[in-house]
Ligand binder design. Structure first.
Ligand code: DQA
Length: 150
């Protein structure tokens, strides 16, 4: 049997605090709840997920570098680094993998400093404002992108 393609799902700083972090904005689901949602959805597409969270920019860059050759696509919620990190943008471009940018909240309806995203420049598409369900939508979209890439 051939191996299921893997999607790397990266979560940036403070997303380990989901569930207790400003639940009025980010919801009550924990990151573990979201990981479970992702695993189930990926299975329904014949995919598997490598789900990670880091509070450190360099670790996220290293994870993106490791994805080349190992993953079929990257879904990234860069959290605060979305708005600041040229290093993450550069790593995503180097990977040449399909990238989906994801946010729980609608960053465009929030403070002006959240309206700009470096990650967007490397992304095929962006999903934001749907809370934890956004991860499910992103996996569905990535499944389609990977199919098209075959
Ligand atoms: C976020 C939005 C970012 O602006 C913020 O810094 C986060 C979470 C989201 O998922 O809505 O940490 O990426």
């Amino acid at each position: 049997m051939s191996k299921s393609p893997e999607i790397l799902i990266l979560n940036g700083p403070n997303l380990n605090m989901l569930g207790i972090r400003e639940p009025n904005i980010y919801g009550y689901e924990t990151l573990a709840d979201i990981e479970e949602l992702c695993s189930q959805r990926a299975i329904s597409h014949g995919l598997k997920v490598n789900f990670k969270q880091s509070n450190f920019e360099g670790e996220i860059v290293a994870d993106i570098q490791s994805a080349s050759g190992a993953a079929a696509g990257i879904i990234i919620n860069g959290a605060g680094y979305t708005h600041t990190s040229i290093a993450i943008l550069d790593a995503l471009k180097i990977s040449e993998l399909p990238v989906i940018e994801l946010h729980l909240s609608n960053i465009h309806a929030r403070e002006a400093f959240r309206h700009h995203s470096y990650i967007a420049k490397a992304a095929t598409g962006i999903i934001c404002g749907f809370g934890a369900h956004g991860y499910v939508l992103a996996i569905d979209a990535m499944a389609r992108l990977i199919e098209c890439a075959d």
